[in-house]
Design a protein around this ligand. Structure first.
Ligand SMILES: Nc1ncnc2c1ncn2[C@@H]1O[C@H](COP(=O)(O)OP(=O)(O)O)[C@@H](O)[C@H]1O
Ligand SMILES: [Mg+2]
Length: 366
């Protein structure tokens, strides 16, 4: 039986579709990976949909298909680049694009679009999708789901934390003979991206240069950190529906310089991670970092400084590439891993992480 799986995800940043082919037998290996940017018009409509209070059902039905087709195209393009025949892929695991994530709703829900039927038709490959909702139906957050792969790849003798810097930041806490723990700490890049877009007209603050040009506004940082999300115990997960400009703007004063606000937003990401990590796993010896935020040098430096300050000692920071996995494709690899778990009828969630009432096989098969 071929043991190649293909993972597809576009995260909260909606910066593009990450695609990765992974081999699991013998041993884990990333065979090929690439990010395929969304068509700018499609991305624009997706960002509008994420912020919309009301939706047009016709538009919603169509964009679900459009995203599914874009995911199918991404899978086919990666296979062509890697010179792999579709028949060598046992299954695709597609996360889709999150449009809304409401774990605290009276009827908790999470909504990922990108019709998996389209992916299956476009590629001719069995496709597994809709990974989050079974966990939610079992009382969980439906997130984060990357923790299982983090544990499979990065567990070691001493207590480790895996830090994913996407739109949102999430931590996986790995300690020997302990259940895997993990949660979203709050924003990683989503507010930085939004503020850079607003003031520089760019999709992200390259290398964190805009933030580095400003000075942290301490009273603003205190106001931002006072949000109850940061003190809330796990299980918890969040998204753009919470951490966006509508959340930020009322907390600003008219005189705040844009660069100083960016510096403060970067400090918010760094401080909220350091607070959560020192509270939840005070014996951490190493932080393994992944996600697009690894390319923001200023963010990484501030996060390391904040963590060292909260721990009162130097904590080793490493990049997931030092442990054998490209930081830009850890999440895509996780959905390849989740597809494999689904076909093997093995649980995909870590119940301790999501708060589900137990382990569950995740995903529907198309
Ligand atoms: N060169 C860079 N400089 C600064 N930030 C970057 C850079 N490259 C990527 N990023 C950040 O990483 C984010 C994408 O990370 P990713 O892990 O794909 O997040 P998500 O899972 O939310 O899509 C971008 O939105 C951007 O904020
Ligand atoms: Mg992304």
């Amino acid at each position: 039986m071929a043991e190649h799986f293909l993972g597809l995800i576009s995260g909260t940043s909606a910066d593009g579709i990450d695609a990765a082919v992974v081999c699991f037998e013998p041993g884990f290996k990333l065979i090929a990976a690439q990010t395929f940017p969304y068509d700018p018009d499609l991305r624009h409509r997706l960002l509008a949909l994420m912020q919309a209070d009301r939706i047009n059902v016709d538009e919603f039905g169509a964009i679900d298909v459009e995203v599914g087709m874009a995911f199918g195209d991404a899978a086919n393009a990666l296979l062509a680049i890697a010179n792999l025949h579709p028949s060598t892929i046992r299954a695709i695991g597609s996360h889709g694009q999150t449009i809304r994530h409401r774990p605290q709703h009276r009827f908790p829900f999470t909504l990922q679009i990108g019709d998996p039927n389209r992916i299956a038709e476009a590629t001719g490959i069995c496709t597994v999708a809709d990974f989050r909702r079974r966990d939610m139906a079992a009382g969980g957050q439906g997130a984060p789901l990357v923790c299982g792969l983090h544990a499979a790849l990065f567990a070691c003798e001493s207590p480790r934390a895996i830090l994913n810097l996407g739109g949102i930041a999430n931590l996986t806490l790995l300690a020997k003979d302990q259940p895997v723990r993990g949660f979203d700490t709050g924003p990683a890049n989503c507010l930085l991206d939004a503020w850079a877009q607003e003031h520089l007209g760019v999709v992200h603050d390259e290398g964190g240069a805009f933030a580095a040009s400003g000075t942290i506004i301490e009273p603003l940082l205190d106001r931002l950190l006072a949000d109850s999300y940061f003190a809330q115990p796990a299980p918890k997960s969040t998204g753009r529906e919470m951490f966006n400009l509508r959340w930020l703007l009322p907390k600003l004063r008219g005189t705040d310089r844009p660069a100083d606000v960016q510096a403060t937003l970067l400090a918010l990401t760094a401080s909220s991670i350091a607070l959560a990590l020192s509270r939840e796993q005070p014996d951490t010896t190493e932080v393994v970092v992944c996600g697009g935020g690894v390319h923001n040098r200023a963010l990484l430096a501030h996060t390391k400084t904040a963590v060292d300050r909260h721990f009162g000692r130097s904590i080793r920071f490493s990049n997931s590439s030092e442990h054998g996995l490209d930081p830009d494709f850890v999440e895509a690899a996780a959905f390849a891993w989740l597809a494999r778990r689904a076909l093997c009828r093995e649980a995909g969630n870590c119940a301790e992480v999501t708060g589900a009432s137990g382990p569950r096989v995740l995903g529907g098969v198309y």
